[in-house]
Design a protein around this ligand. Structure first.
Ligand code: GLA
Length: 399
């Protein structure tokens, strides 16, 4: 499609969206997604995210093997995304739960799905603070293993996993989330046993196992100055040792009014100055009230029904004012990303629709969240159309 016909397509799509938005808003201002029927025909009317961004960056989605049971969701993912990141399947405890036991059925299926649909596959993640099998750090007597033993264990793991998918994974989140907010290293088992050394070794081994794959560092809270500086310093130290990290992932688990988006722009600029590309990974924006109080975190919503704040207020849909605020927030995020698109390699939405997005269960389980660009029927939300508008303007300005 040339630029002109693309513009006509957008105009038609925007009118269609305006109609579907008004018809889905009830008298009390609640956006009632239930009355929108999800049909193949409707999926066709709406432009695909991957087409919108094709000259700018890859647009990915998180993925779980459970989605294979939902053919409509699969069609929605195939239509919109040209990147895929497994939410949990590559994590150590999932793929290698017991010594010598590897579970590749799911990862094989997901990698094949990405290949069949021309999607760039990100392997997420090789080394993380969570989801490590307990046996990994202990010997047969239950004692903590030595640094050397753990390094050898990691090496074996990396060669096994990365080697199996050699040539098929665009890049690996080699290490995930090593810093505290103040920029110090987290006292994880990995760090306590091995110090910083495991990080450089892991990057090296991934490159040895698959020289053509890319290597990434991924973390949340990089809008935080100290954490960002620590990440920049890590990238520089690795560079001095001859290890060129290809990209850093800025995890975007955000809220409506927090954090300030200046932090996103700082992160893109500072990280790019080190020579890496930036990826906005794990992007979702929750409009729900914060669930971070000590008394509520990681509990089921049914246990905290008498909390002074209604922590699960949007069971039947977002009120119109919140839907507008969410759309505005996404618009501001994408404005910054588009402004720096020369430095940004990929955006990954953490959830192809509201129904399967992890925020429904975090930090409180069992809530009804609305944190993505698509509702529970895979219909484009107001936030999606804001982004269509933005990209249209960006494309117009290079006419
Ligand atoms: C973190 C991790 C991801 C995933 C999300 C929640 O940000 O990096 O692997 O567990 O939380 O889905």
């Amino acid at each position: 499609m040339n630029l002109k016909s693309l513009k006509i397509f957008f105009t038609v799509s925007l009118c269609t969206s305006a109609l579907s938005l008004s018809s889905s808003t009830s008298g009390n201002g609640v956006v009632n997604t239930a009355i929108i029927k999800n049909t193949q025909a409707q999926l066709q009317e709406v432009p695909a995210l991957k087409d919108l961004f094709k000259d700018k960056f890859t647009i990915g989605s998180s993925f779980s093997p459970a989605y294979f049971k939902d053919p409509i969701l699969l069609e929605h993912i195939k239509k919109n995304f040209n990147g895929l990141t497994t939410e949990n399947e590559f994590k150590w405890a999932r793929i290698n739960p017991k010594p010598g036991i590897y579970k590749f059925t799911n990862t094989d299926k997901v990698v094949q799905f990405a290949e069949d649909n021309n999607m760039e596959m990100v392997g997420h993640t090789l080394l993380w603070k969570h989801r490590n099998p307990a046996w990994r750090f202990k010997d047969n007597e239950g004692n903590t293993i030595s640094k050397e033993a753990l390094l050898q264990g990691i090496k074996k793991h990396i060669f096994k996993i990365v080697g199996r998918y050699k040539g098929r994974i665009k890049g690996w989140d080699v290490v995930n989330e090593v810093f505290n907010t103040d920029g110090s290293f987290r006292e994880t088992e990995l760090y306590t046993i091995m110090g910083e050394e495991y990080i450089e070794k892991a990057f090296q081994w991934v490159k040895e196992a698959d020289p053509d794959t890319e290597i990434y560092y991924n973390d949340y809270g990089l809008y935080n100055e100290k954490k960002l500086d620590a990440t920049v310093a890590l990238i520089e130290r690795l560079k001095e040792k001859g290890i060129d990290v290809d990209a850093v992932g800025f995890q975007g688990h955000l809220m409506l009014g927090w954090p300030k988006l200046q932090g996103l722009e700082n992160a893109i600029t500072k990280l790019a100055a080190t020579g890496v590309e930036v990826m906005v990974t794990e992007l979702d924006v929750t409009p729900l009230p914060s669930g971070f109080g000590k008394d509520v975190r990681e509990r089921h919503i049914s246990e905290i029904m008498n909390h002074p704040v209604d922590l699960n207020p949007y069971l039947s849909g977002l009120p119109e004012d919140k839907d507008i605020a969410l759309a505005k927030r996404y618009e501001e995020i994408f404005k910054i990303i588009l402004k720096h698109h020369d430095k940004v390699k990929r955006i990954t939405l953490w959830g192809p629709n509201d129904g399967v997005n992890w925020m429904n269960d975090w930090p409180i389980k069992g809530r009804t969240d609305h944190a993505t660009l698509f509702d529970r029927q895979n219909q484009a939300k107001r936030a999606f159309w804001k982004i269509v508008d933005l990209i249209k303007k960006a494309n117009d300005s290079i006419d």
